[in-house]
Design a binder for this molecule. Structure first.
Ligand code: NDP
Length: 283
């Protein structure tokens, strides 16, 4: 069974999507990145996550090109800088993103991280964008439990449709408080860096002998193990970035992997769940 996550209004989305950080940085990789995104859409990874920040708009341009003729098959997410979170700036930032993405609407628009602009004002900006038909839903990113409580108490704040935060096997802090709080409100959590990013930590995890052993038991890769682990819980979606068709297909196949209780216990012993509140991990 392919895993899904219910977003507001009960719409079911695939529990694995596609990240785009670092796409659009190198002209040499552009064709490959577009091919990867399009292959992902073909495999059912219809949620694409991008941001005005990535490659200074370059990632949105790559996504825009990949989407040509496919927009209606994609659930498109972008993010705006905290300094663009006021009513006038948010509308302008959204219009610039739409232009780069070559579309006239976003399915979800996220405040990338919390800044100095009052949440009430950002909510008003999001409501305005919704009224204008430029965004379907809005949400936040890098919000810890206290930020979420504040948001939920603000007028219109319960309309928030997602919180995008760092979550992977070696960074489980959200499990103690934030994740249960979001699950209790049926607020989807979009797990970023589900493969622990492009650096040394990911390479170490990919080579981890015990992770290899668990993965081999099920005839899957360590990357698939890590993704299946992230999406094992209700309401959690993973958005790995993959720059090749091979990686995208491998990631898509993780949608149907279910880990056994025994495997999950083994992973708990290798990467223990938090026993107390941890500050939210960010990159
Ligand atoms: P990820 O954890 O997704 O790791 C990306 C790395 O994993 C890349 O090097 C990629 O290589 C590699 N990879 C992908 N698939 C496989 C596979 N099957 N086997 C082996 N390696 C694989 O890190 P990101 O930082 O990119 O996070 C994911 C997305 O989350 C971002 O792209 C972005 O959209 C979002 N994000 C949001 C943040 C926020 O503040 N809201 C912060 C950070 C990320 P290759 O490219 O060669 O395929």
């Amino acid at each position: 069974m392919s895993r899904t996550v219910n977003i507001a209004d009960g719409m079911a989305l695939p529990a694995i999507g596609q990240g785009t950080w670092y796409m659009g940085e190198s002209p040499d990789l552009r064709r490959q990145e577009i091919a990867a995104l399009q292959a992902g859409i073909e495999c059912g990874l219809s949620v694409i996550d991008t941001a005005e920040m990535y490659a200074d708009g370059g990632a949105e341009r790559v996504v825009g090109e990949a989407l040509q003729g496919r927009r209606d098959r994609v659930w498109l997410v972008s993010k705006f800088y905290p300094w663009n979170a006021g009513v006038v700036d948010a509308v302008e930032a959204c219009e610039r993103s739409l232009q780069r993405l070559r579309t006239d609407y976003l399915d979800l628009y996220l405040l990338h991280w919390r800044g100095n602009i009052p949440l009430e004002e950002t909510i008003r900006a999001m409501e305005k964008l919704q009224q204008q038909g430029k965004i379907g839903r809005w949400g936040v990113s890098n919000f810890d439990t206290e930020d979420m409580q504040e948001l939920w108490q603000a007028p219109g704040g319960t309309a928030c449709a997602a919180n995008q935060v760092l979550y992977h096997l070696a960074s489980r802090g959200i499990e103690f408080e934030l994740l249960p709080a979001c699950q209790a409100r049926q607020l989807p959590v979009m797990a970023y860096c589900p493969l622990a990013q492009a650096g040394r930590l990911r390479r170490d995890l990919m080579m981890h002998p015990a992770l290899h052993e668990v993965a081999q038991q099920q005839d899957i890769s360590v990357a698939q193990l890590m993704l299946a682990w992230v999406i094992r819980q209700p309401g959690v979606m993973a958005i790995p970035k993959a720059g090749s068709v091979t990686h995208v297909r491998e990631n898509a196949a993780a949608l149907t992997i279910t880990l056994t209780d025994e495997q999950l216990m083994r992973l708990d012993s290798l990467f223990p769940p938090p026993q107390s509140k941890q500050p939210l991990d960010v990159v």
